[in-house]
Design a protein around this ligand. Structure first.
Ligand code: SF4
Length: 430
């Protein structure tokens, strides 16, 4: 099979994995081919919000497992291919030199055994780092069930590593991916998290300590293939951030590529749900919220009509309006339409003068939303009094312009509520 055929098959097979983003790495490029930026510039986003500037590819799509939701499962009759480490390392460097890519996202189906597959992945990255002296970004997928020594070497060679959890509960894993066990996924994740922390502490003492997955580890959760609520998913993510030191959890709307009696009957991926989960995830990681604040047993799913921060504010009108010229940073972060950057700018500007409504416009705060929740030197600017129902009606996206569950991100919408909502998926400003 030609290299081009392999490339077509194995790039296509990798497209369902969304757990790649290249932020946060600081690998030193001195004397090496390729460059990394700590600011996370070496990625871009496709129309559906997925990362595209890395060569995102599988080593092999020949799989010994039969996960019900996966296009590469052993029971599917699809074209199969496998790269040699030489082929894949050469291809990556060629693409890099032609400026097609800035890094590599390398994953694989489980071919022969977890250790066999992990060893193939490592041979590829070893070639890149040692033979080609490639200093660019590498995100390496760790294969559940592979031995700790191999996983450790992966962390030493890559900028970021990830093990995909895929399904949120033990029961769902047993139902749809019975050959994987929670232990084979969570054990390496926990050990990698602990080692990342240990190496970070070590490197504070001496820069000679070896790098180990400097951009952290991430994972992917499939949303909508099994009946778990948003609350279960967010509680899991929260515990992964707290206990396993994860950098990111990626949510992947279930794409129905197979049929089977254990699979749900859906015609299109639940993209609006995925979008709301990403927004809730931002709020947990950067805004000081916890899952319990937006979701409980009675309301276990995120409101699709509003972003989770606006939804929370509408249910807690007693905490508003907040006086912009006096509020502290955590209070500012709770105002719909004021994100992390805007809150910081408000604090800086407030040192020199009391802010007016026009100042907030210049700070590019989403006043369409924020106006209902703030005062400026005692003055309320909302065109509705403090009435949650009336404000809800103002902020709700018109039915004809409402994003359907299967809609892609649309930056050409005319409705400002929807546009601000769409942009928050990229900027994290809510
Ligand atoms: S292990 Fe499961 S999810 Fe991964 S490629 Fe094989 S069938 Fe797909």
């Amino acid at each position: 099979m030609s290299l081009l055929n392999k490339l077509e098959i194995l790039a296509d097979s990798a497209k369902y994995d969304v757990s790649c983003a290249s932020s946060g790495t600081k690998r030193n490029p001195k004397g090496r081919l390729g460059r990394n930026t700590p600011g996370g510039c070496c990625h871009s986003w496709s129309s559906d919000g997925r990362c595209i500037s890395l060569l995102k590819i599988l080593m092999s799509n020949i799989c010994i497992y039969d996960c019900a939701y996966c296009v590469n499962r052993i029971s599917n009759d699809i074209p199969r291919a496998i790269f040699t480490p030489d082929e894949l390392a050469g291809l990556t460097v060629n693409f890099y030199r032609k400026n097609y890519i800035e890094g590599l996202f390398l994953s694989s189906a489980v071919t022969k055994s977890p250790d066999f597959t992990m060893e193939l992945l490592l041979q590829t990255v070893r070639l890149l780092r040692k033979e080609y002296r490639f200093g660019g970004y590498v995100h390496l997928k760790l294969i559940p069930g592979a031995s700790w020594e191999l996983i450790k070497e992966g962390g030493r060679l890559a900028d970021r590593v990830s093990v995909n959890i895929e399904l949120p509960t033990r029961q769902s894993l047993a139902l749809l991916a019975p050959q994987k066990t929670p232990d084979s996924i969570l054990r390496p994740m926990k050990s990698v998290g602990a080692l990342i922390q240990a190496i970070r502490r070590e490197r504070k003492k001496t820069k000679k300590a070896p790098l180990f997955s400097p951009a952290g580890q991430s994972t992917q959760l499939i949303v909508g293939a099994t009946p778990e609520s948003d609350r279960q998913i967010m509680m899991l993510s929260e515990s992964l951030y707290d206990n396993m030191n994860l950098k990111r959890v990626y949510y992947s709307a279930y794409v129905p590529v197979n049929s089977g009696r254990n699979l749900p009957s859906v015609s299109s991926p639940p993209l609006l749900r995925e979008h709301r989960l990403y927004q809730a995830d931002w709020l947990i990681r950067f805004y000081g919220f916890s899952t319990d604040e937006f979701l409980d047993e009675k309301n276990p799913n995120l409101n699709t009509d509003f972003d989770p921060k606006t939804d929370w504010a509408l249910k807690h009108m007693e905490t508003f309006p907040v006086e912009i010229n006096r509020a502290d940073y955590p209070q500012l972060l709770r105002i719909p339409g004021i994100g992390i950057r805007s809150a910081g700018k408000i604090l800086t500007l407030r040192k020199v003068k009391a802010l007016r409504f026009e100042d907030l416009k210049k700070l590019r705060i989403v006043l369409k939303r924020a106006q209902y929740f703030i005062t400026l030197s005692g003055r309320y600017f909302g065109d509705e009094p403090q009435n949650a129902e009336k404000i809800q009606a103002r902020l709700r996206i018109p039915v004809q312009d409402k994003k359907k569950d299967s809609d892609q991100l649309d930056f050409f919408t005319r409705d400002p509520n929807r546009l601000a909502d769409e942009l928050s998926a990229i900027t994290g400003e809510l």
